[in-house]
Design a protein around this ligand. Sequence first.
Ligand code: PGA
Length: 253
Amino acid sequence: MRKLLIAANWKMYKNPAESTAFLTHFAPLVKQNDRAEVVLCPPMTSLPALVDAARGKAVSIGAQTMHWLNEGAYTGETSPTMLTAIGATHVLIGHSERRQHFNETDTTVNLKLKSALAHGLVPIVCVGEHLHERESNKTADVLNLQVSVALEGIDPAALGPLVIAYEPVWAIGTGKTATPEIAEEAHKIIRAQLAKVAGTAVAAATRILYGGSVKPDNAASLCCLEDIDGALVGGASLDPGSFSQIVANATAR
Ligand code: PGA
């Protein structure tokens, strides 16, 4: 059985005080939840305060990106050992905004995935097609390539912690959610590709989250499908009431 995972991607929103204030409101609202793992991914500057504030609460804290090396002359970057040193446990890898604005590629995703696994961070690897790729029937090709390059050279035995987030680029921040049928079909493609490159055990155990305009009112229909194991939520995760409602609705099945 794959445990649901509901993760918040706050992008470049919330300073440390705003982040801890969110948790103060949010934690009591999800106190009864034991069906989903809940992860908050704030901006880097909020990580230490949020890790401290989340101690003893059933909420984990992750970063939105990281470099793959432990140290070096890489101005502006944060390393995996810096994340583990402050107690972050998860990391988003290859979000489409990182690919689009910061030149991340499937190759850097692969380097980051190897590094995250080596450092005991739970990697949430983001994949997804652009609208023009969907419209020209390339969705399966795009997803298959993203998954296979991401996993290249990694021993399947090391992939236990792997989480994948299917985030169709056309659904991110647009209010256009994939229908449950579109999402389930894409998740099946990803799971089949996982089986091909890493074996059926990895494919069966890997959680695949859906992301892209997840809101309280669509969380239940998206999260109750066979191959959808939770959600990665951007805009609707910024408010404690709406994000807790997503957790409640997604776990109500
Ligand atoms: P959204 O963002 O929920 O605002 O569409 C999702 C994401 O970027 O992870």
